[in-house]
Design a protein around this ligand. Structure first.
Ligand SMILES: [Zn+2]
Ligand SMILES: [Zn+2]
Length: 304
């Protein structure tokens, strides 16, 4: 497999002189399988615009692609109306994404971006053949040997981690997410303290965090949420749905991952800050068997 990073930023696109090195586009990954024409796209953030232009310029004839959305927060779907292949009749597109518990289905949530109140073209006017497929936790097997597993993460709406297995290699995504934490106080002096409920909560949290490690187990590459530093997270960002970088690295270590990519950068994180963090993490003494640590950059190509 190989993966190219077309967008690495979280929350909102952040172009400018302070983000030219690591990139300002929001989440979009292109996954290719060895010996296959298959085009797999993970998330449709603003980075998908460049990918669309690349697909059109590099492929004559029909474009067939599958988009796997981790979730439908705007930074992960905002690029969809600007994905040029949707305006071409020779495009066939399958869009996968998590079910929601809202009234609207995936096709409405993504497609309603293309309505006159937001955009000059309506979804019904698109030339491409587009189908939508809602996913739960589970597993899909395809005839070419690709296996995709999905797992709910810890975010403010249903968000899927993906595990792609092909030809003996494994690539996982773990974003947007943060560590599961016990919402029940363990302080006996706090109002409503209940030791039984607290203990049950702690066990549920331990089980959920262990299950996620199992999902990432032994991956060759893990692309993980790393929006904050540990001090930012401890200083008020806990509960915002994103992980500190240190947690991403510790998760990769605990799951026996070979390489971890820190992803979903905060829009305010400047290039010099990301470079300093990357240097610090890579220079730190790591235990035997620790994963290689990379900070995601727009345009980066990794072979798995
Ligand atoms: Zn996000
Ligand atoms: Zn999100």
């Amino acid at each position: 497999m190989q993966v190219r990073f077309w967008g690495v930023r979280g929350s909102v696109a952040s172009p400018g002189r302070d983000t030219v090195v690591y990139g300002g586009n929001t989440a979009c990954l292109e996954l290719r399988l060895n010996g296959s024409d298959r085009v797999i796209i993970i998330d449709a953030g603003s980075g998908i615009r460049g990918l669309g232009a690349h697909l059109i310029s590099s492929r004559s004839g029909q474009i067939e692609a599958e988009i796997f959305l981790t979730h439908t927060h705007w930074d992960h779907i905002m690029g969809f109306p600007f994905f040029d292949p949707i305006y071409r009749p020779n495009t066939r597109l399958k869009v996968y994404g998590p079910i929601t518990y809202e009234d609207d289905t995936l096709d409405r949530i993504v497609g309603d971006q293309l309505s006159y109140r937001y955009f000059p073209v309506r979804h019904s006017e698109l030339s491409a053949a587009i189908s939508y497929h809602q996913l739960r936790e589970g597993e899909m097997r395809f005839s070419d040997g690709l296996r995709i597993k999905t797992k709910y993460l810890n975010h403010s709406l249903l968000c899927l981690g993906y595990r792609f297995e092909f030809d003996g290699k494994v690539l996982c995504t773990g974003y947007d997410t943060e560590p599961f934490q016990n919402v029940f106080s363990d302080d006996p002096d706090s109002p409503g303290y209940d030791p039984v409920v607290c203990e049950e909560g702690a066990q549920a949290v331990a089980d959920a965090n262990a299950a996620l490690l199992g999902f990432f187990d032994g991956a060759d590459l893990l692309i993980h949420d790393a929006q904050y530093t540990l001090s930012e997270y401890a200083g008020g960002k806990s509960g915002w749905g994103h992980s500190p970088m240190e947690h991403a690295i510790a998760t990769a270590q605990a799951a026996g991952v070979k390489k971890v990519v820190l992803f979903h950068h905060d829009p305010d994180r400047r290039d010099d800050e990301l470079q300093a963090l990357e240097d610090r993490f890579r220079a730190a003494r790591q235990p035997h068997g620790a994963p290689e640590i990379l900070v995601a950059r727009e345009g980066m190509l990794l072979k798995v």
